[in-house]
Design a protein around this ligand. Sequence first.
Ligand SMILES: Nc1nc2c(ncn2[C@@H]2O[C@H](COP(=O)(O)OP(=O)(O)OP(=O)(O)O)[C@@H](O)[C@H]2O)c(=O)[nH]1
Ligand SMILES: [Mg+2]
Length: 290
Amino acid sequence: MGGWFSSPPAPPAPLLSTPWREINWCDKQGTLQSVNAIRPKTEGRVIRILLHGLIGAGKSCFTNSVDSVLQGRMCFPALVANSSDCCTKKHTTYKFNNGNQDTVYPFVINDNMGLRNNCSRSNRNNHVRDIELALKGHVSEGYTFNPERRISMDDPFLNLKPSANDKVHVLVFVIDANKFSQMNEKAVEMLLDIIDEARRLDIPQVALLTKIDEVCPEIQQDVKNVYKSKILRGKMKEVSTRVGIPENCILPVKNYSEELDLNSDTDALILSALKHILQLGNDHVNNHYA
Ligand SMILES: Nc1nc2c(ncn2[C@@H]2O[C@H](COP(=O)(O)OP(=O)(O)OP(=O)(O)O)[C@@H](O)[C@H]2O)c(=O)[nH]1
Ligand SMILES: [Mg+2]
């Protein structure tokens, strides 16, 4: 009887044989030098990055991961959520020390409150309005976002005369790769409203795709599989189609979330994302505020 029944076809391989994007996995110093070289032409200008995303997307974790990679040790300046509850409430600006030279990098990250996937229409409208003000530099450090009400015109945290450094120069949508498919249409519409406003202000936008380790077991095993993973490629295409951000502005990262020590491959991916974000922000600063 042997040979009558053919064995079931092998499942399709989860990885492509060659990566579709190249990353410098080995030369952290070289990439750090290129990050260090991204500086606005005008002395004193700072590139402001605004992180935006739903609750638990990984905004604070990314801020901590950037600090850790730049300092060469685990750092936790931002509070990270340990449940599905919203963790970050305040509009907070993080600066980053350049360990060797005892100076700060010429960029800052604004970490921010996230919204729930299923929040009400009025919550979404209030949030979009506050984020639009933040893009223009009108929301000061320490403001506590409240989706129940917009920042009022007499709020002490409303900055009526923002400087060039107060304005946002690159907007980063932090998206949980695992949950993007379940993001409801209303939450996507909210993103699209914010994207429209950023476009109107000529502010470049990037999507940072987090938790890629949870989306693909091959990436969890080895982060170097990131640009070989078919599942991740599909996720990136899905994000691009649904929110209209081109694929070359979608950056996957594995944040430091449970590790005790740095890992050179995780570092390489975070640094690569940071470098692209900074290049876009720097171009915006030089084109608009030189
Ligand atoms: N496995 C994995 N977990 C991650 C990653 N990024 C973030 N996390 C986890 O996701 C949870 C939420 O991360 P946060 O950084 O607090 O998310 P947030 O966007 O700042 O959330 P809010 O401040 O509530 O808006 C934490 O438990 C993190 O440890 C990642 O790349 N991989
Ligand atoms: Mg947070």
